[in-house]
Design a protein around this ligand. Structure first.
Ligand code: SF4
Length: 297
C-alpha cells in the first residue's frame, strides 16, 4: 500500500528535502501551570514532548543556527532548507506580543521554508487567528494539534483537559483561515483502549478537516505519572507486531492524500521505560513498513 509520507509531501511541495529544526520558545501548558492542572498530561515528560528542542535560553535565530549545524554534520549540501518547529509544550499559550515576536523571527529566517507550531486545540483563541493567518501568508504554516484519542474515558485518564468538540472547532477555525497543513497527533496504545477504539480515532481524524496525521506509539517515560501506573501493572504496552498491524490498518483507512507525518514515537531514549523494542528504530520502521506493504487499502 502506498501512502503520502511527510518527506514525499515536502519534496512535492517545496521541490526538495527540508529538515526540521526543533525550537523552544520557553512555553508552558494549561495542564501544567495550574489553569487546568499542574502535572501535565499523564504520559508527558518533563520536557513537554519536545525532548529534542534546543535550549530556550537562546534566541530563535541562535537555535536555528545551532540546529543547522547539527544537520550539516550529516548533510553537506549547500542551501539546505529547514522547517522551524516549535515543538515543546503548548506553543500558542503565551501573550500575543511574545508569540508574534518568536514566530516572526523564525519564519523570516532565510533558510526556513515553513513554520510548524505544535499546540492544543483549546489554546487557539480568536485573537491568535489573525496572527496565524498573517504568518501563513509569509510562508506555509503547519499547525499540529495534540488530540491523542476521541474516546472520552481515555481523554480523562490522560488528563487532556478539553473535549472532542474543542478539537473539531479548532480544526474548523484553522481551515477557515487557510492553514496549509493541520496535523493531528494520535497516540496508539493508550491504556484500556482496544484496537477497534484506536482505529476509530484514526478514522475520525481521516474524516475531519485535518490533512496530516502523526501516529505515535505510546511511550512510558521516566518521571511521568504513566510510569507509576505501568510499574503498578495497570496496563501493558503494545508489542511491535501488534503496533505495526495497527499502523498499517490505520493508514489503510485514511484518505490517500492525507500526509502521514509519523508512524512511530520519537521519545528520549534515556527516559524510555517501555516498550523497549522501539529503541531499535531501524528494525521498528522496517517491521512497520513491511506490514504497510502487505496491507491493502
Ligand atoms: S502532552 Fe502537550 S499539552 Fe500535555 S502536558 Fe505535554 S506538552 Fe503539555
Amino acid at each position: 500500500m502506498e501512502y503520502l509520507s511527510a518527506n514525499q509531501y515536502i519534496k512535492k511541495r517545496f521541490g526538495e528535502k527540508a529538515y526540521k529544526i526543533s525550537l523552544d520558545g520557553g512555553f508552558t501548558c494549561p495542564t501544567r501551570d495550574g489553569t487546568k492542572g499542574t502535572r501535565g498530561c499523564i504520559f508527558c515528560s518533563q520536557y513537554g514532548s519536545g525532548d529534542y528542542a534546543q535550549s530556550k535560553a537562546k534566541s530563535i535565530t541562535e537555535q536555528i543556527e545551532e540546529g543547522k549545524k547539527l544537520v550539516q554534520r550529516k548533510n553537506k549540501k549547500e542551501n539546505t532548507k529547514y522547517i522551524a518547529y516549535f515543538q515543546a509544550y503548548t506553543n500558542t499559550y503565551a501573550p500575543m506580543e511574545k508569540l508574534e515576536s518568536l514566530f516572526t523571527e523564525a519564519i523570516n529566517h532565510p533558510d526556513v521554508i515553513a513554520l510548524s507550531i505544535a499546540t492544543r486545540p483549546d489554546c487557539l483563541e480568536e485573537d491568535i487567528l489573525p496572527l496565524l493567518e498573517k504568518l501563513n501568508k509569509i510562508k506555509p504554516l503547519w499547525i499540529e494539534l495534540g488530540l491523542q484519542t476521541i474516546h472520552e474515558k481515555s481523554a480523562k485518564y490522560i488528563r487532556r483537559g478539553y473535549s472532542l468538540k474543542t478539537y473539531d472547532e479548532a480544526v474548523e477555525k484553522l481551515r477557515n483561515i487557510g492553514i496549509e497543513q493541520i496535523i493531528t497527533h494520535v497516540i496508539l496504545g493508550l491504556p484500556g483502549e482496544t484496537k477497534k477504539q484506536m482505529l476509530e480515532t484514526v478514522d475520525y481524524v481521516g474524516k475531519s478537516k485535518s490533512n496530516g496525521i502523526k501516529l505515535q506509539l505510546l511511550h512510558v517515560l521516566e518521571n511521568t505519572d504513566l510510569a507509576k501506573e505501568y510499574r503498578k501493572g495497570t496496563f501493558e504496552v503494545l508489542e511491535l507486531e501488534e503496533y505495526a498491524e495497527i499502523v498499517a490498518e490505520s493508514i489503510g483507512i485514511l484518505p490517500e492524500d492525507m500526509v502521514i507525518h509519523r508512524i512511530t514515537g520519537d521519545g528520549n531514549r534515556h527516559e524510555l521505560i517501555a516498550p523497549k523494542w522501539s529503541l531499535k528504530k531501524w528494525h521498528t520502521l522496517q517491521t512497520i513498513q513491511k506490514k504497510i506493504q502487505e496491507t491493502k487499502r
